[in-house]
Write a protein that binds this ligand. Structure first.
Ligand code: FAD
Ligand code: NAI
Length: 464
């Protein structure tokens, strides 16, 4: 038995980042992780493998669709799927190995196995009980299930995101249930690799919660890339054999029933907190109606000395949100102030083009009755975007009508996931569109489109 200042349960982006910060702040720290590698969902079966496959399949798409125009002629590469999966595995390995190195460097103990919390101040792993002044639960999330649909990742026919990242072969026909982030990122991967992809979505728009103009534009762009959409469709059941599946859905507008066949069905209808086996009910830890661990503004649960962060609590299920909470709770445990600004958490979809957003949408501001102004700029008028054949999309900046303070920004276009951050910094400082407009932006860069959108909030964009 060992005794620690803090034991963190889970080594995902929330847990591992928190551990490093705790150690940096001088706390004796251990992390319990039941997986064979560190990094949680994100590094093992989430952000990182999906981005490796998005990158590789994007390269193929470029070769097939854009090379010839630039005078690069010849046969496009063919897909060696086992090699692409190997590239993905190597990318995972480099990242998870990197966390193990950081644990050693910061003298963080990795307690291997699955944790339970017999009482506040105690964490049990296997037969051993360890003591801790404080415990941080960072146990993450798992895919949600859908009534009438049985996921079998090993079978490779009806899969969730974990199975979809490791299919035995590229399917001829794929049905994706859910037009959210996972469905569109992984749907894009397989569409680029040659699968016929149909996305079946319950709502009447893709990517719920995003700016409506972005939703419409994004859907059009994805449709041009070959993805098919059936919106307003409630999936009833999926019947699967060893090699095929049939998805039955009802259209909400007229209740008519339809079926669609597939070699692979990807169920991507959301994720839910994972807290199994921790013993939270016995401890009396309060939960929300949606199965999240309830916390206060300092990430403390209802039981003294037990904190929770990341996907297991409320808020967007994003790696960077978990990381920010990880650092902040470490500060709290070290007696400092922990800071997370939940109004400025960017969301990015890593398709091509990328989609990125931060802050309020027009719809939200309308609902709040707040007066706002919109500045918009198209990538068609951005020199760099044209030079790299990526003129699809726009930057849409939303500012307070009176004060010009930036309230939100929604980008669809090249490098959107990186461009959004100058807006995040501006918002963090309470800055205005004019602050961005008066800042010199290098030419020719995609970021000029952000500046032009900021200019459009004032006297007008130059290249519009
Ligand atoms: P997790 O990463 O889920 O880690 C929790 C860890 O706790 C796990 O390793 C688990 O094994 C361990 N654990 C749980 N219970 C116990 C226990 N009792 N004992 C020991 N260990 C335990 N987010 C982004 O921001 N950007 C992206 O591009 C992105 N892409 C994604 C792609 C996919 C396909 C998926 C599925 C998710 C993606 N996400 C992305 C979401 C992101 O992965 C999560 O938001 C993030 O991993 C949450 O971090 P976490 O630390 O809260 O939990
Ligand atoms: P999601 O919540 O983004 O999307 C789920 C979609 O499924 C929604 O559009 C919903 O309306 C639809 N849906 C739900 N039930 C349905 C039904 N019965 N029939 C048809 N459609 C149905 O969830 P997703 O894509 O599974 O992702 C889970 C989480 O992982 C997200 O919260 C996201 O934040 C995170 N993630 C983040 C990524 C990123 O930041 N780039 C990438 C992938 C995941």
């Amino acid at each position: 038995m060992a005794s620690y200042d803090v034991i963190i349960i889970g080594a995902g982006p929330g847990g591992y980042v928190s551990a490093i910060r705790c150690a940096q702040l001088g706390l004796k720290t251990a992390v319990v992780e039941g997986r064979e590698t560190l990094g949680g969902t994100c590094l093992n079966v989430g952000c990182i493998p999906s981005k490796a496959l998005l990158h590789a399949s994007h390269m193929l798409h470029e070769a097939e669709h854009n090379f010839a125009k630039m005078g690069l002629k010849g046969k496009s590469p063919s897909v060696d799927w086992p090699q692409m999966k190997k590239f993905k595995e190597e990318t995972i390995g480099q990242n998870t190995g990197g966390i193990e190195f950081l644990f050693k460097k910061n003298k963080i103990d990795w307690l291997k196995g699955w944790a339970t919390i017999p009482a506040a101040g105690q964490v049990k792993v296997g037969d051993e009980v360890h003591e801790a002044k404080n415990i941080v639960i960072a146990s993450g999330s798992v895919p949600t299930s859908l009534p009438g649909v049985e996921v079998d990742n090993d079978g490779g026919v009806v899969v969730d995101s974990t199975g979809a990242l490791d299919l035995p072969k590229v399917p001829k026909k794929m049905v994706v249930i859910g037009a959210g982030v996972i469905g569109l990122e992984l749907g894009s991967v397989y569409a680029r690799l040659g699968s016929d992809v149909t996305v079946v979505e319950f709502l009447d728009a893709i990517t719920p919660g995003m700016d409506a103009e972005v939703q419409r534009n994004f859907q059009k762009i994805l449709a041009k890339q070959g993805l098919k959409f059936t919106l307003g469709a409630a999936v009833q059941s999926v019947d699967a054999s060893k090699t095929k599946a049939k998805v039955t859905y009802k259209l909400r507008k007229d209740d008519s029933e339809h079926t669609v066949d597939a070699d692979v069905v990807l169920v991507a209808t959301g994720r839910k907190p994972y807290t199994d086996g921790l013993g939270l009910a016995d401890l009396g830890i309060e939960m929300t109606e949606r199965g999240q661990i309830k916390t206060d503004a300092h990430w403390a649960t209802s039981v003294k000395g037990i904190y929770a962060i990341g996907d297991a609590i409320t808020g967007p299920m994003l790696a960077h949100k978990a990381e920010d909470e990880g650092m902040a709770v470490a500060d709290v445990l070290a007696g400092n102030h922990g800071h997370v600004n939940y109004d400025v958490i960017p969301g990015v979809i890593y398709t091509t083009p990328e989609v990125a957003s931060v802050g309020k949408t027009e719809q939200q501001l309308k609902d709040e009755g707040r007066a706002y102004k919109v500045g918009k700029f198209s990538f068609m008028a951005n020199a760099r975007a044209k030079a790299v054949q990526q003129g699809d999309g726009f930057v849409k900046m939303i500012v307070d009508k009176e004060t010009d303070r930036v309230l939100g920004c929604h980008i669809i276009g090249p490098g959107a996931g990186d461009l959004i951050h100058e807006v995040c910094v501006t918002m963090e400082y309470g800055g205005s569109a004019q602050d961005i407009a008066l800042t010199c932006h290098a030419h020719p860069t995609f970021s000029e489109a952000v500046r032009e959108a900021a200019l459009a909030c004032g006297d007008g964009a130059i290249h519009a």
